[in-house]
Design a protein around this ligand. Sequence first.
Ligand code: GTP
Length: 185
Amino acid sequence: MKTIGILLAGGQSRRYGSPKAFAVLEGKYFYERAYEALTAVSDHVVVVSRPELISDFRAGMDVITDLPSVAGKGPLAGIYTAMSERPAECYVVLPCDMPYIGQKELTVFMQLSNNAADITAVRTDSERIPLFSRWNGNMKELLERELDDGQLGVMSFLKKVTTDWMDASRIHPDKHIFRNINTSD
Ligand SMILES: Nc1nc2c(ncn2[C@@H]2O[C@H](COP(=O)(O)OP(=O)(O)OP(=O)(O)O)[C@@H](O)[C@H]2O)c(=O)[nH]1
């Protein structure tokens, strides 16, 4: 099954204060870490970012920007753009702000994912992590309708379809590796 990795890097990073994709952990940009992780489980990785950042990504990466019809509409806009521009049967999504997720974690996640569900996402005992997820390609039309209707919330989208929530402890025993970095602290 053709699988495309979607690296979400088109947010405003208002809370962080500068583009999170270019924050650094252990000598590597967040986006490079996410990109490397996605390569382990994808036939191809597409980065969906913002026009002003596009030239800052490493040469050779497939970097696109949100389609004008959905630009500024949040993470679902990035996923919809990737599905429209890079058709595939299956997508694995990772936001740029989960720098502790590596190839191992994504590989286990994809191996344990329920292919029959529309979307598989991860939850810990204290929170849901909707953007660490696997999506069936047939979600594109519904995504388009929801974005057209102004329904932009990721969680509310996941509630409308068959979402399988995978317990993070099946992927890694330390739930802290699943945290999103939202502020520079
Ligand atoms: N392509 C794309 N990605 C987005 C968009 N909004 C958020 N993202 C990405 O989705 C992930 C989660 O984003 P958030 O942390 O909720 O939002 P953010 O804009 O990055 O940060 P804040 O401005 O502090 O809310 C990150 O990887 C963002 O880069 C968007 O409109 N388009």
